[in-house]
Design a protein around this ligand. Structure first.
Ligand code: ZN
Length: 224
């Protein structure tokens, strides 16, 4: 019987655990991650609706496949459609063993699916934004929180406890600013405001002068 196999591929790396239907990272205390099973369910439902709209009634088999050999899930549920890295060869073998013969029906469905494929996502349109209205702060590289502070030349996140060298964080945020506002003249004053004034002008100047060619004087120094 023809079946549609839907596979959600995840490249998670590291130790995770499963508890009460949720996924958590082991290293970050109680840090919940996006549930791939929910993602799978949603995609499966959308795919089913799409097939129905096209006039096909094909059962769907859906799996989450973790492909990274460095991935491990503690307390993994037996009753969920999850394939782990070391199960992949057997998983593939299972499909290879299924007899199949392609005919015009498959061809027609394949052509329809290809014609519906959207290269540009309609969700990639950005909302409007400007410097004055964006919330300022030194954003955490891991969890994107603005609740950060500088302790001993490290940027420390109050939410996920991630630590990053301040120099590195400054460069990262300068690059973010350049990406968000390609036309903007990034001076020390602008960056000082952007990062919520948690580092001194002196530190910003030192990092900018070391890593970029700059023009101007004192706090009006800007990146070329
Ligand atoms: Zn964080």
């Amino acid at each position: 019987m023809l079946k549609n196999i839907h596979i959600e591929v995840k490249n998670y790396e590291g130790d995770f655990y499963f508890k009460n239907g949720r996924f958590y990272m082991v290293s970050k205390k109680e840090k919940e991650i996006k549930n791939p099973l929910l993602q799978l369910e949603r995609c499966e439902s959308l795919l089913r609706q799409l097939l129905q709209n096209l006039g096909y009634k094909i059962p769907i088999e859906a799996y989450v496949v973790f492909i990274n050999p460095e991935f491990h899930l503690y307390q993994s549920p037996l009753d969920k459609p999850i394939i782990y890295p070391n199960q992949l060869p057997r998983f593939m073998e299972k499909f290879n063993r299924r007899p199949s013969q392609l005919n015009s029906f498959h061809q027609k469905l394949a052509n329809q699916l290809v014609s519906l494929h959207q290269i540009e996502s309609p969700y990639s349109r950005f909302p409007g934004y400007d410097f004055a209205h964006l919330e300022k702060g030194f954003i955490c590289a891991v969890c994107c929180s603005l609740k950060t502070s500088v302790v001993d030349r490290n940027l420390v996140c109050e939410v996920c406890r991630n630590q990053e060298k301040v120099d590195h964080a400054i460069l990262r945020c300068v690059e973010e600013l350049k990406l968000l506002f390609p036309e903007m003249q990034i001076t020390i004053i602008v960056f000082h405001e952007w990062c919520g004034a948690v580092v001194s002008n002196k530190t910003i100047r030192r990092v900018l002068m070391k890593n970029y060619s700059v023009i101007g004087e004192r706090e009006y120094i800007f990146i070329k």
